[in-house]
Design a protein around this ligand. Sequence first.
Ligand code: ATP
Length: 226
Amino acid sequence: MLKVETIETCYGPSQALFGVDLEVGAGELVALMGRNGMGKTTTIRSIFGLTPPRAGRITFAGRELMRLPPHRIARLGLGLVPEGRRCFPNLTVRENLLVAARPGAWTLAAVEALFPRLGERDRQAAATLSGGEQQMLAIGRALMTNPRLLVLDEATEGLAPVIRQEIWQAIRRLKAQGQAILIVDKSLSELLPLADRCVLLEKGVSAWTGPAEALTASLRDRYLGV
Ligand code: ATP
């Protein structure tokens, strides 16, 4: 479904990606991994056209993504939960969800069933939610677009353990429902059992790709520092 081929991406004069390849098939959960600064967020920004690559190729369901503006890319069925959330603080939970809505199985009721806390806080301004609840809202917003591929960048980072568990539970449900997911997350113990495939980045290059079961201690040590 998503195919990223040898992309190279720069921030002005400084090159961050030197050749990243990855694929996500229908219903797959792919983990994009690597130590800090290795290019995970830049890879996601490249896919969404936020930092367009200067070389390589990205296709989604057979369509070329490179050179399309971000809103066109999103409309093709890619849903992003960016690092650091980004909800509309002055809109209510319900309004935040409804402004994102596009036709499909994910409705306000379906999102609030996945995250009951959002249902309980339906009429509250997003700014008054806890960090974890805002993260749920960010995921809910992405789901409201009814994406064919959901992309999560550090969705559980810095959250209270109870909330993290609720978010992982939701991710497990999404995966069980056949939602295709590309995910960056540091919680290996939660992530690896769910991952169909792992892509390890090192210095802007996809250095190793394989099933989670093949991620040996020496690979973890070398590419993840754990
Ligand atoms: P982290 O886990 O810390 O978020 P990451 O793997 O997501 O790391 P990126 O954020 O993609 O890594 O960063 C890759 C490289 O690009 C790093 O060397 C980083 O310093 C650089 N970089 C990231 N954002 C910018 C920017 N806006 N301008 C210039 N360089 C940047």
